[in-house]
Design a protein around this ligand. Structure first.
Ligand code: 6R9
Length: 647
């Protein structure tokens, strides 16, 4: 038997926490003993079915899965009405905190009324079962009402992030054939109103479109252009509706939503999720991974509802569980850099789920900012979106988690619908930087180029999922072939290809190494961008780092790094660069030493916080910089280039 060595950098679970934790070893045992039975139990325990299912998984037409197919349910009933019926109507569902400091408290009973009114309004606008609704809105309660109203009617929604352009919106409206668009006059951005409906207007001038009505919430009281034929004010249509509405049960496999995500090539992929399996896994993971106890916790997921994290972990998972949560409209530094911590203190937030990019920003701003607030209510921290480097992990635990809160580093994708690989708080000995193990009911492997499962630690391969799971995407909207080609062909039809590089450590923990397209090949060595970035950030002077592989005549690819220095560290030109190169050599090995390191003021990021390495690659390879339209701030590339020219 191999002795398991727990390094002094890992964190054993706290016994008190473990005693009350939802994530238990028994779940692993049950899933291993009877995979389908395990998921059937989860679906029966966590979901209220209008018609019980008798069949768990139908994989006969793989990779097109059916879960709980002969069952019927209504997703909105599960997220709202049943909590009211159970006597919890007075429990707060949403503590809304507006950008302007305005607040709104919405109980489950309020939510039931608001969602019912919205559903009645959408039916008046001609929306029925199966019709698609596009939602282009900021982080306000009406966005949640609309999503749930769609679910109530069996009308799949397509939420388009409010930061996307009119062109992006047009493509998505047309692809999903959405007949109604719900939007707002404007959205608050760093204390100022920014137009939103204008982009809808513009998108409808981009060519043929299926839109019959645009329903507009007044949020910023901005001037809008008005077309009497299709535009309707929310307050004119929704406010006068009855607050009674009977939810309609749909088949478990009825489409719940389409969510677009970018592919490596071609047009965005409309990822299709359905009802019963999706809701089961969203509720299950929110319970065992975030450890939500609905009677006592105040949960806050800082994602935008325009991303899958907002769908599964603001709307469907927590509301299915009857949780109380914070919904925040604004940015972390408006009106000041302590805004998030002020919110945690105000509501007594117990569970905080955010992204590494936010954590690194807070590190950059300094630990003295969160230190000014009482964060003692926090008992679980979560991370999602990219690998979290161990320094950021430790900073997060120490400065936000009171040096004791377990951190769950959750790996999953728009396509997987819910968390797949993550530690369970109270059960897992935590290893900073690693998402660790598939959760109970999920099976993953790492394959080499030829599709053989890796068995040795530290070898780099491709992450695959080896069994279907309830919240898996069912297809790409309107493109079954692309679904098969993208996810089920790289290693044959038995493996779901996630597109992420990964390795095991000696303890069998899984380390995610970034998208496969982010894995570089330098002189025949496979190097992960994430690993080198992590090494750079472990240097005391570096706040953030992005690494790309630039083509190189001799080595195939060469490592090029872009770094942001921490407050208080000056850029000493060559000395800084040399020191950082040596640091990487020391941390990973000389092969990983960047050929070039450029000190920059900002990094180009998408609106979901992912670094756009493609653009940095253009800089590293001395090319004209490509399309910047999906950047959160499209001027960042100018800043970077201006800085480099000056040097
Ligand atoms: C939920 C979400 C999916 C991609 C995924 C991977 C990266 C997400 C991660 C992580 C390492 C984690 N990713 N969580 N990488 N550790 N904990 O982010 O969905 O926007 O579709 O992105 O994000 O590369 O393949 P999505």
């Amino acid at each position: 038997m191999r002795m398991r060595i727990v390094s002094d950098t890992s964190y054993a679970p706290d016994a008190n926490f473990a005693a009350g934790a939802n994530g238990k070893q028994e779940l692993f045992d049950a899933a291993a003993a009877d995979f389908e039975g395990f998921w059937a139990d989860q679906a029966r325990e966590r979901i209220t079915w209008a018609k019980p299912f008798s069949q768990t998984l139908d994989w006969s037409n793989a990779p097109f899965a059916k879960w709980f197919a002969d069952g019927q349910l209504n997703v909105a009933y599960n997220c709202v009405d049943r909590h009211v019926e159970a006597g919890n109507g007075d429990r707060v569902a949403i503590h809304f905190e507006g950008d302007q400091g305005d607040t709104r408290t919405i109980t489950y009973a309020d939510l039931q009324k608001e969602v019912s009114k919205t559903a009645n309004a959408l039916s008046e606008l001609g929306i029925g079962k199966g019709d698609r609704v596009a939602i282009y809105m900021p982080m306000i309660p009406e966005t949640v009402f609309t999503m749930l109203a769609c679910a109530r009617l069996g009308a799949p929604h397509s939420v388009v992030f409010g930061g996307f352009s009119a062109d992006a919106l047009h493509t998505r409206i047309v692809d999903a054939d959405a007949t109604v668009v719900v939007t707002t006059d404007g959205q608050w951005r760093r204390g100022k109103p920014a137009p939103l409906k204008a982009a809808v207007d513009e998108s409808l001038t981009r060519g043929e479109h299926p839109v019959k009505h645009v329903l507009v919430v007044k949020r910023t009281d901005s001037e809008v252009r008005w077309n009497d034929d299709i535009d309707k004010w929310w307050h004119d249509v929704v406010d006068r509706q009855s607050d009674q509405h009977t939810p309609e049960p749909v088949d478990a496999e009825h489409p719940l939503f389409i969510l677009y995500t970018s592919g490596t090539t071609g047009k965005p992929k409309g990822i299709l999720h359905t009802s019963g399996g999706y809701l089961t896994q969203a509720a299950y993971t929110n319970s065992i991974v975030h450890d939500v106890h609905p009677e006592s916790d105040v949960y806050w997921c800082t994602a935008d509802v325009g991303w899958v994290t907002g769908h599964s972990y603001i709307v469907y998972g927590p509301l299915a569980n009857g949780a109380t949560q914070v919904l925040y409209e604004g940015t972390p530094d408006t009106p000041h850099q302590g805004r998030w911590w002020e919110i945690v203190q105000k509501y007594g937030v117990t569970i905080l789920y955010t992204a590494p990019t936010a954590i690194r920003t807070f590190m950059k701003w300094g630990a003295e900012i969160p230190a000014k607030y009482d964060l003692s209510s926090i008992r679980v921290l979560g991370s999602v979106g990219e690998p979290i480097n161990p320094e950021a992990w430790r900073w997060y635990r120490k400065n936000i988690g009171g040096d004791k809160a377990p951190i769950v580093d959750t790996w999953w994708q728009t396509e997987t619908g819910a968390i797949m690989i993550s530690p369970l708080p109270g059960l897992t000995t935590l290893e900073p930087g690693s998402a660790q193990r598939p959760i109970p009911g999920i099976s993953a492997e790492i394959l080499d180029d030829e599709g053989n499962p890796l068995t040795e630690p530290e070898q780099v391969g491709y992450l695959v999922l080896t069994k279907p799971w309830p919240s898996m995407l069912r297809t790409i909207w309107g493109d079954d072939q692309r679904y098969q080609d993208t996810y089920w062909s790289r290693f044959g039809p038995k493996y779901y290809f996630a597109g992420d590089g990964a390795k095991y450590d000696a303890d069998g923990n899984i380390w995610l190494l970034g998208r496969v397209d982010d894995v570089m090949n330098v002189s025949g060595h496979r190097l992960s961008t994430a690993e080198i970035e992590s090494a750079l950030v472990s240097h005391e002077s570096v706040a953030e780092a992005a690494v790309v592989g630039a083509s190189d005549e001799t080595t195939g690819q060469a490592v090029c790094a872009f770094v942001i220095l921490r407050e208080g560290f000056a850029d000493n030109g060559d000395d800084t660069v040399q020191e950082l190169r040596n640091h990487v050599a020391k941390e990973i090995g000389p092969i990983a030493k960047p050929r070039q390191i450029m000190v920059v003021p900002e990094l180009p990021k998408t609106r979901s916080g992912k670094i756009m390495r493609r653009l940095l690659k253009d800089v590293a390879e001395n090319r004209e910089v490509g399309d910047v339209t999906t950047l959160a701030d499209s001027t960042v590339m100018n800043l970077i280039q201006a800085g480099l020219k000056k040097d």
